[in-house]
Design a protein around this ligand. Structure first.
Ligand SMILES: NC(=O)C1=CN([C@@H]2O[C@H](COP(=O)(O)OP(=O)(O)OC[C@H]3O[C@@H](n4cnc5c(N)ncnc54)[C@H](OP(=O)(O)O)[C@@H]3O)[C@@H](O)[C@H]2O)C=CC1
Ligand SMILES: CC(=O)C(=O)O
Ligand SMILES: [Mg+2]
Length: 542
């Protein structure tokens, strides 16, 4: 490996820095003598030291800050640490802690990471993109901070989300870190608390109209296509209505996807596939009631109906088995306040504003919480589900933990241990009577790293819904009977990298089958994926 730096600047570049693991020969040849203590570490010893330091931080936000600093200091070590204990560290770099980090981003930031694209630079987006030091960017995760998890408009503080998602592309999907670019489109914020916070670092102006936003996003997408022609754009945490509109506009025009719509849809589909192995009711016979009718809910419904059609239902039949309940009550055919994308699910039902009444009328096999409303699945709700189902499927998907529609403990307790449970943010195992349940994490982190790896390894030019169905199947088929026996409907986070690499091969099959790449199809797709996977190890420098 040749590197462009030497001496002190080398120690400050996270891509090449090995810190105390530079060998004596490297120190001599790279002008590092005297700049490091004489002891020479192995990467494993550095990992040990990192975990010692992490353990000394006594809050999750403190641990998040520590890990961010590690990422800024030594990328190889950062990913080696993440890979060493994914189940333990994911909740720190991702939900729930990343939510807290976003709320306080202006306060905790040490060093800027990613690219900030303010709407005030309209007409100059290409120049900003060219300021990024890497010319072959393959993945951008972009937010405008308008719906950060279930926490609402967090403006430029939302940058922690693209940073976190892209860290997981590498940690859980094997995508090399240098290919990733986190982007925050800063178009102001309507969050008064942030506007009044002297430490807030974003533009201090109200959010633009939809037209103004769309014009700027158009410039951004076209600029990305020109400056980084092999780049895939992941839209993340946009307000639901903007998310739906932008996906429709760009899904056939650019290599892009919306994680909250399509990634969430696939993880829910995988979860339902896992759940059917416990409940015995096939996917095509599931009846699903959503609490919340925004991007996540509509995304899940769209992909689920496609999967049900593949299992033999007509589209109308599939849609008739899906219902929504939003702020104004059950979405039914007499409602006059619906968006076009909600109308296919407005069935002939008696109006009600009581979620339990809706459960009693519809008798869903599953409820999915994508409402951002903490504790909306209260005891009455879970008991109503347990009354109409031997094994009720309960998915409180809202993030972070503070917005979860219920806890794992509540779902198991109130259903007398009968719930089939998964939540957007992690919950610890629950003891109910003589059984220990392991709650699954129904989070798109089970999907986007696999999509990313497949797109990278195959050089795919488009991202399609069929790829998400393949990812869902790829995840679901890895769940073992032993896992199902403790209630786990997703593979455990401890093996997330393996899970994603396997799912990526399933996605790659679709990419080649549908001609979504110009690259020739190799004989060994698994080998292709493995050969592309990043390994956090130091390479020797001559
Ligand atoms: N587990 C996972 O992988 C993922 C989880 N999520 C989570 O899902 C949640 C929603 O995300 P998303 O769909 O993108 O957001 P949106 O803002 O698009 O949708 C939220 C929906 O919930 C509705 N809602 C708000 N309050 C209530 C209420 N009291 N009762 C019923 N419905 C209500 C909103 O209605 P209105 O628009 O009228 O206010 C809206 O329809 C977030 O917490 C997010 O973190 C999202 C993506 C992935
Ligand atoms: C997980 C995720 O993407 C969200 O909560 O928005
Ligand atoms: Mg999201």
């Amino acid at each position: 490996m040749t590197i462009p730096l030497r001496g002190a600047p080398l120690l400050r570049d996270p891509r090449f820095n090995k810190g105390t693991a530079f060998t004596l020969e490297e120190r001599e040849s790279l002008g590092l003598l005297g700049l490091l203590p004489e002891g020479v570490d192995t990467l494993e010893n550095q990992v040990r030291r990192a975990f010692t330091q992490l353990a000394e931080k006594n809050s999750n936000l403190g641990k998040y800050i520590y890990l961010s600093s590690l990422q800024d200091n030594n990328e190889t070590l950062f990913y080696k640490v993440l890979r060493s204990a994914p189940a333990e560290l994911l909740p720190l770099v991702y939900t729930p802690t990343v939510g807290e980090a976003c709320e306080r981003y202006g306060h905790i930031m040490r060093r800027a990471r990613g690219l900030y694209v303010p709407i005030t630079r309209k007409g100059h987006v290409r120049e900003l993109l060219r300021n990024w030091p890497v010319t072959d960017v393959r993945f951008i995760v972009v937010t405008n901070g308008n719906r950060i998890l279930g926490l609402g408009d967090l403006g430029a503080n939302g940058m922690a989300i693209p940073i976190g998602k892209l860290a997981l592309y590498t940690a859980c999907g094997g995508v090399p870190p240098e290919l990733a670019l986190p982007v925050l489109i800063d178009c102001g914020t309507d969050n008064a608390k942030l506007l009044n916070d002297p430490l807030y670092l974003g533009l201090r102006r109200p959010r633009p109209s939809a037209e103004e936003l769309d014009e700027f996003v158009e410039e951004f997408v076209e600029a990305v296509k020109e400056v980084f022609p092999r780049c895939c754009i992941q839209f993340e945490d946009w307000a639901g209505i903007d998310a739906m509109r932008l996906l429709e506009r760009y899904r056939d025009r650019a290599c892009c996807f919306n994680d909250d719509i399509q990634g969430t849809a696939a993880v829910a589909l995988a979860g339902l596939m896992g759940a059917t192995r416990i409940t015995g009711t096939p996917l095509a016979q599931q009846r699903v009631l959503f609490l919340g009718a925004g991007s996540a809910g509509l995304g899940i419904a769209g992909l689920l109906t496609q999967a049900m059609v593949l299992d033999g239902l007509s589209l109308d039949q599939a849609r008739s088995q899906i219902a929504f309940f939003d702020v104004h009550g059950l979405i039914e055919s007499t409602r006059t306040d619906l968006h076009a994308f909600q109308k296919p699910y407005a069935h002939a039902h008696a109006p009600t504003t009581d979620f339990v009444e809706a459960i009693e009328a519809i008798r869903p096999t599953a409820i999915v919480g994508v409402s951002t409303v903490a504790r909306a699945f209260d005891r009455r709700v879970i008991e109503a589900m347990a009354k109409v189902n031997a094994r009720p499927i309960i998915f409180p998907y809202s993030n972070p933990t503070s917005r979860s529609e219920c806890t794992a403990e509540e779902a198991y307790q109130w259903s007398q241990g009968r719930a089939v449970f998964a939540s957007g943010s992690p919950f610890p195992p629950v003891r109910y009577e003589d059984k220990t349940f392991v709650p699954g994490q129904g989070n798109n982190v089970y999907i986007f790293p696999a999509i990313g790896m497949a797109v990278y390894a195959t050089q795919a030019t488009r991202v399609t819904d069929e790829m998400f169905i393949a990812a869902a199947r790829g995840v679901a088929e890895q769940v073992t009977q032993a896992e199902l026996d403790v209630g786990l409907i997703y593979p455990p986070q401890s093996v997330l990298l393996q899970t994603e690499l396997f799912a990526a091969t399933r996605v790659a099959e679709i990419i080649y089958d549908r001609g979504l790449t110009r690259m020739p199809r190799p004989d060994d797709l698994e080998g292709l994926i493995r050969a592309h996977a990043y390994v956090p190890e130091y390479r020797s420098i001559p």
